[in-house]
Design a protein around this ligand. Structure first.
Ligand code: F6P
Ligand code: MN
Length: 320
């Protein structure tokens, strides 16, 4: 198995970008060690603060955020960062070429039940001039790299620099990532869907119609039965989609009129959309390709429908 470092060299990745991606992998390895030690590392439980979206932060959210911030500051090529756990952007090196957006610990409600969590990251080119929130407001098509680490029974990392999506596994002995798959391919068709069904009555008509038809299974218009899975951590659900196909969606809903969407564009939807598209899948809001969205804010939320190409297209036909 080739190492992440060798794989990036073989892909002729820009050396400074490779250095940044290797650092991100190293940071994820450190977070993985904290996740594994759990209670022993004192990382469980709720911290006393709230993040910018008014959600309670778990201790590990803050630990992971501070770790990523501190370690990225070591690299002169990083101009600034945006994080789910930071209200504003953080300036690092004024001459840096890269901007990094990240969700330090996705699925944090899973920590205390010892279930799947992960780290999601996205790398954008840094525009000239002073760093502001506007520096980050670039469409997902501009991403130079995107990836996630999944802290599961083993720690895995999915990564794309625009040459397909690669999957790596963390070797706990060497503390390095080794390549498992050089070209992840999401099957075009599927019989598996992921959605939080408890929100059904709050969805808009197109999603109601689509899911109703799935639930009718072999007796309905789809003429086949579907299975449902929901991990409550996007990183876990997207990983399943990359592994064996499926459709994952967090659609618009009117449960809370001030918050029609759940997932964040810059550090959840965009990086996952790049990984999925690079693995031959599709990622849309229902009306627009996620990677084509012109962002209006660093913590902007969007509807997400992603996964197996034919199934996502089918779902989009209800939105047409
Ligand atoms: O980061 C938001 C998030 O935790 C995702 O990782 C996950 O897909 C979703 O929210 C879970 O939502 P719910 O709480 O509705 O199951
Ligand atoms: Mn998240």
């Amino acid at each position: 198995m080739q190492s992440l470092q060798t794989a990036l060299q073989n892909q002729q990745t820009d050396p400074e970008l490779s250095q940044l991606l290797e650092l991100l992998a190293d940071i994820c390895c450190e977070i993985s060690n904290d996740v594994r030690r759990g209670a022993l590392a004192g990382v469980l439980g709720v911290a006393s603060s709230e993040n910018v979206q008014g959600e309670t932060q778990k201790k590990l959210d803050i630990i992971a955020n501070d770790l990523i911030k501190r370690r990225l500051a070591e690299l002169p090529s990083v101009k600034g960062i945006a994080s789910e756990e930071e209200d504003d952007v953080v300036s690092l090196h004024s001459d840096g070429r890269f901007l990094v957006s990240f969700d330090p610990l996705d699925g944090s409600s899973n920590i205390d039940i010892n279930s799947l969590v992960g780290t999601i990251f996205s790398v954008l080119p840094a525009p000239e001039g002073t760093l502001t929130q506007a520096s980050f407001l670039q469409s997902g098509r501009n991403q130079l790299a995107a990836g996630y680490a999944l802290y599961g029974p083993s720690t895995l990392m999915a990564l794309s620099t625009g040459q397909g999506t690669q999957m790596y596994t963390l070797d706990p002995n060497s503390q390095t990532f080794l390549q498992l798959e050089a070209q992840v391919q999401i099957p075009a068709t599927t019989q598996e869907f992921a959605i939080n069904m408890s929100n059904q009555r709050f969805w808009q008509a197109p999603m109601q119609g689509y899911i109703n038809d799935l639930l009718e299974g072999a007796n309905g218009v789809r003429e086949k039965n579907f299975n449902m899975r929901w991990i409550a951590a996007m990183v876990g659900d997207v990983h399943r989609v990359l592994s064996r196909g499926g459709i994952f969606t967090y659609p618009a809903d009117h449960k809370n009129p001030d918050k029609p969407f759940k997932l964040r564009l810059m550090y959840e939807a965009n990086p996952m959309a790049m990984l999925v598209e690079q693995a031959n899948g599709l990622a849309s809001t229902g009306y627009e390709n996620i990677l084509d969205i012109e962002p209006s804010g660093i913590h902007q939320r969007v509807a997400v429908i992603l996964g197996s190409r034919d199934e996502v297209s089918h779902c989009l036909s209800y939105h047409a």
